[in-house]
Design a protein around this ligand. Structure first.
Ligand code: NAD
Length: 492
């Protein structure tokens, strides 16, 4: 890491074979602070040559890493968990600055989860080396041998770099693979520094990080013959490109993609809890609704519909403090980059035609943070809710990925299920009810990878996390980072 000087931006570098390395071309890209729109750091713009070098580094490190015992690898995982605790403040600040996620959440929400993942991966190493024995007759012994896959490539989105980095790296490493991480070109700073820290603990080449454009570096990595698995968290468009790039030489894929998740409130629900769950905890979050499981379609049973709109509005006014992500007072930050900001603003324009504003709709630093000129060039959008009459509208079907949601009434449980499932996606779903029978029926009938009842967004190490339909398939779990070899020994 290069230190900032008065007029020079801090420059971050790739992590290759345990060392910090610039792009071979020497080229860099400015990383923009989403709160101000100004450059605050530089990251490498890597090329195809760098791809070969980094994959070779991971490949070379693989045999020795795979040969370690599960307990030895677990020891490394625990050391990393401890290291995160030591660098918690720095990591939380980098993530907040880089993507605009408010520091109160990166500090108290993200950091503990990162530690948990590494410690959980430490506990899981043994699982990755367990097979089954099968009696195949008096003289034949069958068994399965679990083996690591080789080099695992983790491709990260811009909205949650360190969480996705950790989910992908921790379980792949725990299973005995070596890893190459490619963060998003517009949110690479925290991953480059995190990789630097991890590389201090791990043997050289076991964990590598390369920054570059998805269509160049990402594509070359995915198609590389020495990459044995690809795990993407990102958009459906990128998933399609990866599926095409690997069609000739297939390799296991894990695809964690987008969502348009329903958050459904029945009239018998605890309304106070539900209001929080469908607003500040569902979509109007510390990272401005830029979350794959954002509850962006809010369905409310008709008898409580008007009351809930009033409660939601009051709750938003009371709880949301849009502002500097680095301030502990702020509860919602900016949009991560200019192109996503423009996309959200264009959906707000569409929403004005398709629906009726319940609250919000404004954007821009000058409008939303008056008297704070430093934020005028930042990418600010206020919490916005549109009331709609039909789920067929574009704002109900397309992923907006920002602090913008729709709300619509329903009458019966059957109607709620039909509306909830009327989407190409299937990632998360929330149900708010005090009726256990209703909750059970909803769980069974919702076409979604995750269903949360009287809570929302409960993601962590205890349960698998993945989607169905266009939200992808697979999970970043220990077993998905292994392969099973079927063995038979004939005796006598
Ligand atoms: P994106 O698909 O544009 O980019 C994701 C990553 O893919 C980036 O690192 C990018 O450089 C890389 N990439 C792009 N083209 C590539 C190619 N041809 N080959 C290889 N890599 C390529 O996604 P984004 O805009 O960064 O993130 C937002 C998306 O991620 C949303 O759709 C969101 O729902 C999704 N997401 C899903 C989850 C989940 O767990 N399901 C979590 C967070 C975000």
């Amino acid at each position: 890491m290069t230190l900032t000087t008065a007029n020079k931006l801090k420059e971050y570098q790739n992590v290759v074979n345990g060392e910090l390395v610039p792009a071979s071309s020497g080229e860099t890209v400015d990383s923009l602070d989403p709160a101000t729109g100004e450059a605050w750091a530089k990251v490498p713009r890597s090329s195809l040559k760098d791809v070969d070098t980094i994959v070779a580094s991971a490949r070379q490190a693989f045999p020795a890493w795979a040969a370690l015992s599960a307990l030895e690898r677990a020891d490394y995982m625990r050391q990393i968990g401890d290291l995160i605790a030591e660098h918690a403040e720095e990591i939380a600040e980098l993530e907040a600055r880089d993507i605009g996620w408010v520091i109160r959440e990166t500090t108290y929400g993200l950091i503990p989860v990162l530690k948990q993942i590494w410690y959980d991966a430490a506990g899981a190493t043994a699982v990755a080396s367990r097979g089954e024995t099968v009696q195949m007759g008096p003289t034949s012994l069958g068994y399965t041998l679990r083996e690591p896959l080789g080099v695992v490539l983790g491709i990260l989105p811009w909205n949650s770099p360190l969480f996705t980095f950790t989910m992908k790296a921790a379980y792949a490493l725990a299973a005995g693979n070596t890893v190459v991480i490619k963060p998003s070109e517009s949110a690479a700073v925290s991953s480059l520094r995190y990789g630097e820290l991890l590389a201090k603990v791990l043997p050289p080449g076991v964990l590598n990080v390369i920054c570059g454009k998805g269509s160049e570096v990402g594509d070359a990595l995915v198609s590389h013959r020495d990459i044995n698995k690809v795990t993407l968290t990102g958009s459906g468009t990128t998933a399609q490109a990866i599926a095409k790039a690997t069609a000739q030489h297939p390799k296991p894929l894990t695809l964690e993609l987008g969502g348009k998740s329903p958050n459904i409130v029945f009239a018998d629900a605890n309304l106070e809890k539900a209001v929080d769950g469908i607003t500040t905890n569902g979509i109007f979050t510390g990272n401005a609704g830029q979350l794959c499981v954002g509850g962006s379609r809010i369905l409310i049973q008709r008898p409580i519909f008007d009351k809930m709109l009033t409660l939601m509005k009051e709750h938003i006014e009371k709880s949301i403090q849009l502002g500097d992500p680095m301030s502990p007072e702020s509860t919602m930050g900016p949009i991560v980059n200019l192109s996503q900001y423009k996309q959200i603003c264009s959906y707000i324009d569409i929403g004005l035609e398709e629906g009726e504003v319940v609250f919000g709709g404004r954007h821009g630093g000058a409008e939303l943070l008056p008297g704070k000129p430093q934020f005028e060039g930042g990418y600010w959008v206020e919490p916005t809710l549109f009331r709609v009459e039909s789920n067929a509208h574009r704002i109900c079907q397309e992923e907006i990925f920002g602090p913008v949601a729709v709300v619509m009434p329903f009458d019966t449980e059957e109607e709620a299920i039909a509306l909830a499932n009327d989407t190409a996606f299937g990632l998360g779903a929330g149900v708010w009810t005090s009726n256990l029978d209703c909750a059970q029926r909803m769980i069974r009938n919702l076409d979604s990878g995750n269903v949360w009842v009287n809570t929302y967004r409960r993601v962590g190490v205890e349960l698998p996390f993945g989607g169905v339909k266009d939200s992808g398939y697979g999970t970043d779990s220990i077993l998905e980072n292994t392969r099973e070899k079927a063995c038979v020994i004939e005796m006598g």
